[in-house]
Write a protein that binds this ligand. Structure first.
Ligand code: SF4
Length: 125
């Protein structure tokens, strides 16, 4: 579905802009970073993903706003990186580093969101 949206919407925009090989922005237009989602079921994850991209750009001296596009729902949502968000992102990145440094990863906890996550097979098979 994601590929279908990629091929049929926003055809004139430059797609998949990489930031240092760690993040892939869907596209940028008029100084707004766009993230395209097929549904808003994982709304919070989409917002956090976009805030992370805005954080990466800010670290590189680029201050931008974000917008999530839901083309199938015909709606958009503006996303702004606030000071509080940056503290949370930094803390989350530190927590991720600690997990990466473990000899054995912790057992995954299956949440509702896991069932539709692209990494489900990695975590639970
Ligand atoms: S499936 Fe794994 S990666 Fe996906 S949300 Fe669940 S624990 Fe996280």
């Amino acid at each position: 579905m994601g590929k279908e949206i990629d091929q049929n919407y926003y055809k004139t925009e430059k797609h998949n802009i990489l930031i240092d090989g760690v993040a892939s922005i869907d596209y940028i237009k008029n100084n707004i970073v766009y993230e395209v989602k097929k549904s808003d079921k994982q709304h919070e994850m989409g917002v956090n993903q976009l805030k992370y991209y805005l954080h990466l750009l800010k670290l590189r001296g680029v201050d931008m706003k974000g917008r999530i596009n839901y083309p199938l729902l015909k709606k958009t949502e503006d996303v702004v990186l606030k000071e509080d968000d940056e503290g949370i992102i930094i803390k989350n990145l530190e927590d991720i580093e600690k997990i990466i440094d473990l000899a054995v990863p912790p057992e995954p906890i299956c949440l509702n969101v896991c069932k539709s996550c692209a990494y489900y097979e990695f975590c639970f098979s």
